[in-house]
Design a protein around this ligand. Structure first.
Ligand code: MLT
Ligand code: MN
Ligand code: ZN
Length: 300
């Protein structure tokens, strides 16, 4: 199995179009310490030939262009992208579906709740039903989005997508069909992809124990990153993201598990680990974590 991190940033990317936070400023200036990053997406293949894309980011057109394995290869119209799986309905994970129109057949997988959010919005019908099959996936039931690749979705603490919040305080941290993680298996190798997660629970720990590779929510370093950076008032918790650091942070909460490699993805542009020689970056690396970058290849 091979995986390619198509986009390692959270919503907005790095730099974000309107942002002059300290990290985006370095990125705008072309400082080599901050790589530019596109929004959250992963491509996975059992054979290097046929690909599943997990989450369709608004940057998918650029991501396909930057990834030779995803270029059309035969005939007049073709794509190695055969399936798309969604782990939540956030804009940074679904807006790219609007790019995947042009009468190209593929299969779209998601929980009933995530697919209902799309069905409630007719703009997604640009993926013509004649070409794109939407398949509802039950939690905890293994399925094969591609032959040779088995996926099991499991609920993680999350919240409804921001665009479906109704103005009241949303319920945060319940493990439902709204936000899921994906256990992806091929040829006896296992990878867990959890780009959004509000808290590390004992269920989640049990889920990721023993995997060869864990790709996990790296949105914020501390719960109050956005407040510290002066760009917003929301905590990580309010956005549905557990911090890396702190006693309940993902680094601590997953530290004692047996996991081959630990990789942070979905990293927000305010997160200081994005600065390559920073103390914050060194401290997550010393804790055994890798900060993903776009185009990172994982061979399993
Ligand atoms: C998130 O991960 O918190 C969302 O992508 C936020 C958003 O939809 O902008
Ligand atoms: Mn996001
Ligand atoms: Zn920024």
């Amino acid at each position: 199995m091979q995986a390619i991190v198509l986009g390692s940033a959270a919503g907005g990317g790095v730099p974000q179009w309107n942002c002059r936070c300290p990290i985006c400023r370095l990125a705008w200036a072309g400082d080599p310490r901050v790589r530019t990053r596109t929004q959250s997406s992963l491509a996975v293949s059992p054979d290097g030939d046929r690909w599943l894309v997990v989450n369709a980011s608004p940057d998918i057109r650029h991501q396909i262009g930057a990834t030779t394995a995803l270029h059309p290869r035969t005939g007049l119209r073709h794509s190695p992208l055969e399936s798309v799986l969604l782990t939540n309905g956030d804009v940074d994970h679904v807006a790219g579906l609007l790019t995947l129109r042009e009468s190209q057949p593929f299969r779209l997988y998601g929980t009933s709740e995530i697919l209902a959010a799309l069905a409630g919005n007719p703009v997604f019908d640009v993926m013509a039903p004649r070409f794109v099959t939407r398949s509802e996936v039950r939690l905890e039931q293994a399925f094969e989005p591609l032959k040779g690749l088995t996926v099991t979705l499991f609920p993680v603490p999350g919240k409804v997508p921001l665009w479906l919040e109704d103005g009241k305080d949303p319920v945060i941290g319940e493990a439902t069909e709204t936000t899921v993680g994906a256990l992806i298996e091929s040829d006896g190798r296992r990878m867990a992809y959890v780009p959004g997660c509000a808290a590390v629970t004992s269920d989640l720990r049990a889920r990721v124990e023993g995997v060869e590779t864990l790709l996990f929510d790296g949105t914020v370093l501390y719960d109050d990153d956005l407040i510290r950076a002066g760009v917003g008032e929301k905590t990580g918790w309010r956005m549905g993201h557990v911090p890396m650091q702190g006693s309940n942070g993902s680094i601590n909460a997953l530290a004692d598990l047996s996991i081959g490699q630990r990789i942070f993805v979905h990293i927000n542009n305010t997160n200081p680990v994005l600065i390559e020689d920073s103390a914050e970056r060194r401290s997550v690396e010393q804790a055994g974590w890798i900060v993903a970058h776009d185009g990172m290849v994982i061979n399993l």
